[in-house]
Design a protein around this ligand. Structure first.
Ligand SMILES: O=C(CO)COP(=O)(O)O
Length: 254
């Protein structure tokens, strides 16, 4: 049986004041035990990376960013490079979140470029993917996974695969309170893992964490985590309160 460490990350999106972010970071850091069986990260907005990094310093909680640019540096007004994130203390970066794909129009190829640059520069990447409701209604989800995941993974080295986490986030479940059932999540995760196995071999497929995101709460975490291919959670709304985020981490630790 493969042993994948579970991973729970909080995506704070465009929320929190500076004071709230520092307090939330500190409370999460305090609540996660140093010997936590679950790896934990928080992903605050860019301007709060340094102060939140300070608030979680020395704890078991790692820092992540919500996006990154695909080039290493240059004339890209308003953008942030992988090296800047690393200097801010980030271990992780989220790439390809559905809000960026659908609201900001990020294409698969732009996401793939970001993924490769971020991995080349040394970050761990949380690559988001998932189908819309219209796509699920037409049973197109597996085609969507294929497009979003496999193109992104082409050309990665074994070492880079070791720094990749896939987050399955069905668009219809994000911020809607409509969580995927454990069976729906398992089916999607198993499909993705099966394809990774076909394309890149057993070792890579078995080691790669696939986490679920979309209306995760303390109440539905255990059911999702009981599925063999669900390795953790990417949490939006419920990560904005330390109590609920820590309850999710605890449920994922069981
Ligand atoms: O988009 C998400 C995490 O990246 C999920 O958001 P919610 O947990 O608020 O549904």
């Amino acid at each position: 049986m493969p042993t994948r460490k579970r991973f729970v990350a909080g995506n704070w999106k465009m929320n929190t004041t500076l004071a709230e972010a520092k307090a939330l970071g500190a409370a999460v850091a305090k609540g996660v035990p140093s010997d936590s069986p679950v790896a934990v990260a928080v992903c605050p907005p860019f301007p709060w990376l340094l102060p939140v990094g300070e608030a979680i310093k020395g704890s078991a909680v790692a820092l992540g960013a919500q996006d990154v640019h695909s080039e290493k540096k240059g004339a890209f007004t308003g953008e942030v490079s992988p090296a800047m994130l690393i200097e801010c203390g980030c271990k992780y970066v989220i790439i390809g979140h559905s809000e960026r794909r659908h609201i900001l129009g990020e294409s698969d190829s732009a996401i793939n470029q970001k993924l490769h640059t971020a991995l080349d520069e040394g970050l761990h990447v949380i690559l988001c993917m998932g189908e819309t409701l219209a796509e699920r209604d037409r049973s197109l989800q597996e085609r969507v996974f294929q497009r979003q995941v496999y193109a992104a993974c082409a050309g990665l080295t074994d070492e880079q695969f070791g720094r990749l986490i896939i987050a399955y986030e069905p668009v219809w479940a994000i911020g809607t309170g409509k969580v995927a059932t454990p069976e729906q999540a398992q089916e999607a995760h198993a499909f993705v893992r099966g394809k990774l196995r076909q394309l890149y071999g057993e070792k890579i497929a078995d080691a790669l964490p696939i986490i679920y995101g979309g209306s995760v709460t303390p109440d539905n975490t255990a059911g999702l985590m009981n599925q063999p291919d669900v390795d953790g959670a990417l949490v939006g709304g419920a990560s904005l309160k330390a109590d609920s985020f820590l309850a999710i981490v605890k449920a994922a630790s069981a």
